[in-house]
Write a protein that binds this ligand. Structure first.
Ligand code: NI
Length: 141
């Protein structure tokens, strides 16, 4: 699995983009609002922005409100990296393989606003923390 990006939890998108600029990161997207319910009615309620430095991509993630997926984590853990996302060819197959190795599903596959509707899922395992999978079949952007 290839690392796609590092998810970085922040309180303020503008302040974070400024701080990451000091580390050589350049924005590759505008701020993306992900507050669209998926088919199961789940909403992430986050602001997202992707930055890049020499091929390393950071995804800034900020909660949109107290019902955001990441609100409690930000209160508890503060700002910092909290997931690594891997690109996979076949999300269902990768999830099945990981579940067989005792990874627990935190968020079932749902279309990601940030990836043009490509499905993403989150899994967690002791020893590794939170992992995101995004389905990006080989040859796609
Ligand atoms: Ni992510």
């Amino acid at each position: 699995m290839k690392v796609d990006h590092i998810g970085y939890l922040v309180k303020d998108m503008d302040r974070a983009a400024e701080a990451f600029a000091e580390l050589g990161f350049v924005p590759v997207t505008d701020v993306i609002r992900d507050d669209v319910p998926d088919s199961a009615g789940n909403v992430r309620n986050v602001l997202l922005r992707f930055l890049e430095n020499a091929g390393t991509v950071v995804e800034l993630v900020a909660p949109l409100g107290e019902d955001s997926d990441v609100f409690n984590r930000l209160q508890t853990c503060g700002e910092g990296p909290y997931h690594i996302c891997y690109a996979v060819d076949d999300l269902a197959a990768s999830m099945e393989a990981m579940r067989a190795k005792k990874w627990r599903v935190l968020r079932r596959p749902s279309p990601a606003v940030a990836f043009g509707g490509a499905p993403v899922a989150f899994l967690v395992k002791k020893g590794a923390g939170i992992v995101e999978l995004v389905e990006k079949p080989a040859g796609t952007a």
